[in-house]
Design a protein around this ligand. Structure first.
Ligand code: CMC
Length: 376
């Protein structure tokens, strides 16, 4: 018996202990802990440990995990050198995908797929991907690279390497909350891509490289950049109504709304909305928040009955803007965080692997004649 579901909607393709989503009730949990609890009480490092070990760490375990992560911030010389030769107008997601793939060439045993080796490689990628993004951004601005500072957390160190200035505690915490809320999300498209690739027993680098390629699509992680472009196109709060209604009439999509799984408000959007408001007020971007809020109200009135609500990307755009990130770094930020989830799923897949190999309904002709080329 085979069934066909376009876009694999409703198909259960794996079992996981990492994250749970109830799309009707608007619930997201990592290993059973509600996302709101983690966003308000945890750190990104602790969240990564949780996703990779499916339990919270003890104090000693967290200290050792954190110090291991910090000891790996520095890029191999060959990677830093390659970044200096990249085209300055390269798109950051293409750059990140390429450089994460290149990390495999600096690993003496890139194909080791034991669960222990997969954790080790994942930790390297998690520690070095932010350094890759920060160094590339400095390269394209013609600035010297900033050496990582192992006394800083994941979020602080990234912002320090990007700006050559330590972030304020409030900015670092806001960034950390973004990292926590984007870290994992069931069998989303990029996580599925990672699991599919590792199921061939290829290697962790290939799995995460494929996942980055998937994430950049505008229907997935690329939507946060689309949201920002939309906010820039709307001159003032008063213009939001005409803008949104025009798009809906033309059957165009409003970026940052709708979700394959959620038919209620994405709980990550609830967390990020509060953060976006606070940061917008603190950084003189209240207008941006007010425009977002107006769009949400119009969408609620027009399409909530179809189960279309804000998703994670909607308020993350305002949040990243207020943190001072350039528009084309928004999706790379999503990737830096989601490495945690991709790796968690890759580790899980390797622990109980079976090759992914679905079937396809052939709908073409049969027994067709081979027509010689000069008669076609
Ligand atoms: N704006 C307007 N209408 C929408 C939207 C939207 N953002 N999303 C869905 N719809 C409508 C769609 O036009 C269709 O209407 P109708 O039945 O009248 O033709 C209906 O809702 C169902 O759409 P669908 O494309 O079949 O639903 P899907 O489950 O395949 O799509 C989605 C999910 C995320 C691709 C879609 O909602 C979308 O394109 N959203 C905008 C892009 C976006 O924000 N993506 C980020 C997703 S969350 C983070 C992540 O996963 O990375």
């Amino acid at each position: 018996m085979t069934t066909f579901s376009k876009g694999l909607e409703g198909v259960v393709a794996a079992e996981t202990e990492t994250s749970y989503i109830d799309g009707t009730a608007g619930i997201l949990e990592y290993v059973g802990i509600p996302i709101g609890e983690l966003a308000s009480k945890s750190t990104f490092e602790e969240t990564v440990f949780l996703l990779w070990n499916r339990r919270l760490p003890t104090k000693t375990e967290l200290a050792s995990f954190t110090s291991e992560l910090r000891s790996r911030y520095e890029l191999p010389e060959g990677i830093a050198g390659r970044i200096k030769h990249l085209p300055k107008d390269a798109q950051p997601m293409h750059m990140l995908r390429t450089m994460v793939s290149a990390l495999a060439m600096h690993d003496p045993s890139p194909n080791d797929n034991t669960v222990e080796a997969a954790r080790d490689k994942s930790l390297n990628i998690l520690a070095q991907a932010p350094s890759i993004v920060a160094c590339f951004d400095r390269h394209r601005r013609g600035e010297e690279f900033v050496k990582p500072d192992p006394s800083l957390s994941f979020s602080e160190n990234f912002m320090y390497m990007l700006n050559a200035k330590k972030p304020t505690p409030a900015m670092a915490r806001a960034f950390d909350i973004c990292m926590i809320t984007h870290a994992d999300h069931g069998l989303n498209n990029s996580t599925f891509a990672a699991r599919v690739i590792i199921s061939t027993l290829s290697d962790v680098y290939s799995a995460l490289t494929g996942a980055i390629g998937s994430l950049r699509g505008p229907l997935h992680g690329g939507a946060n950049e689309g949201v920002m472009r939309m906010l820039n196109e709307i001159d003032s709060v008063d213009d939001a109504e005409a803008y949104v209604m025009g798009k809906l009439e033309r059957k165009e999509r409003i970026m940052g709304f709708g979700h394959r799984v959620y038919k209620a408000k994405d709980p990550r959007a609830t967390e990020l909305m509060a953060l976006a408001k606070q940061l917008a007020d603190d950084t003189g971007n209240t207008d941006l928040y007010l425009k977002s809020h107006a769009i949400e109200e119009i969408m609620e009135r027009e399409v909530a009955s179809k189960g279309i609500y804000p998703n994670v990307d909607f308020y993350s755009a305002t949040t990243y803007h207020c943190i001072g990130l350039k528009l084309d770094l928004f999706t790379p930020m999503f990737a830096l965080s989601r490495i945690a989830g991709w790796a968690g799923h890759v580790i899980e897949q390797l622990g109980d692997n079976r090759l992914f190999r679905p079937t396809v309904n052939y709908v073409g002709p049969h027994d067709a004649p081979y027509v010689p080329i000069d008669q076609r």
